[in-house]
Design a protein around this ligand. Sequence first.
Ligand code: URA
Length: 209
Amino acid sequence: MSKFTVLDHPLIQHKLTMIRDKNTGTKDFRSIANEIAELMVYEITRDLPMESVEIETPMGKSMQKVLAGKKLAVIPILRAGLGMVDGVLELIPAAKIGHIGMYRDEKTLQPHEYFVKLPADIDKRELFVVDPMLATGGSANMAIDALKKRGANNIRLVVLVASPQGVEAIQEEHPDVDIYAASLDTELTDNGYIFPGLGDAGDRLFGTK
Ligand code: URA
């Protein structure tokens, strides 16, 4: 079974409370969501492999550590996932970006794929799939299916808020995909929203209704 980790760093929790607040407007919501994504990626990348290289400091030759050439890519699930990309890129500016477009049928709550555009060497990259809300898990499961179908084999899912049902759905269908969240909330409402959640992440990010 894959790992599910809640990143309970105080800065992450404080910022999450700010964007949960319904009085937080679009501009602040957007910047704070990215700040949370940045802090989450800082925590998640602790285990990236390293190697030693010889460099020359002004004092002479020395062996020092660098990242072991692991190629990364960030994959936002459109459209709300876009709200986490800049935060990831603050720390990993050379990461490639792939996009997966999913929309959720408001009546059936079923996800539908409408757009996939990925880096060519997706099979050689470690992928961070980002989406603020892991609600039913339907969209994330379908996005991960779409990536695997195209050769991806190293995927982590990074969300701001998860529901218990969403985590279970991913762990059942993709036991190789580790999940990271800033919070595990208590409930999924009948119309597929997370409670207490933060409302519709896409609308709050983009100022739509
Ligand atoms: N998508 C959202 O934007 N919010 C939720 O609470 C659930 C799904």
